[in-house]
Ligand binder design. Structure first.
Ligand SMILES: [Zn+2]
Length: 123
């Protein structure tokens, strides 16, 4: 393992090589490179952050999807109830109109019978 270590800091005058701990393989190396010289993965936990962001986004999408589905289901239910109510009210109105029509016809017949047999007479 020691033979795999990168060369020690260069001669005086060269910029000092910072020690870096790889978050993936836990190897300490002296390098300015962005990637671990041992496992070749980035020193930055960007992939982890991306995974968390993706997880949160997926969670949010799932939540929005659930809420949307719930709202859609509720809307469907409300739609059905409203349609049922409308049908009932429409039926009630039709019944009411038919009853009123029968009453008007009966009243008209009654008034006609009360009129003098000669019909409309001049005053
Ligand atoms: Zn590594």
């Amino acid at each position: 393992m020691a033979t795999d270590l990168p060369p020690a800091p260069g001669p005086s005058g060269a910029p000092p090589q910072p020690q870096r701990l790889c978050p993936h393989c836990s190897t300490v190396s002296q390098t300015t490179a962005r990637d671990c010289p041992f496992c070749r993965r980035s020193f930055h936990r960007r992939s982890n952050t991306a995974a968390i962001v993706v997880a949160i986004a997926l969670g949010a999408v799932a939540t929005v999807g659930s809420v949307t589905a719930l709202l859609a289901a509720t809307a469907d239910e409300v739609d059905r109830e409203i349609n049922s109510e409308i049908s009932t009210i429409q039926q009630d109105i039709e019944d009411e109109v038919a009853r009123a029509q029968r009453q008007i016809e009966a009243e008209v017949r009654r008034l006609r019978e009360q009129l003098p047999a000669s019909g409309l007479s001049a005053p």
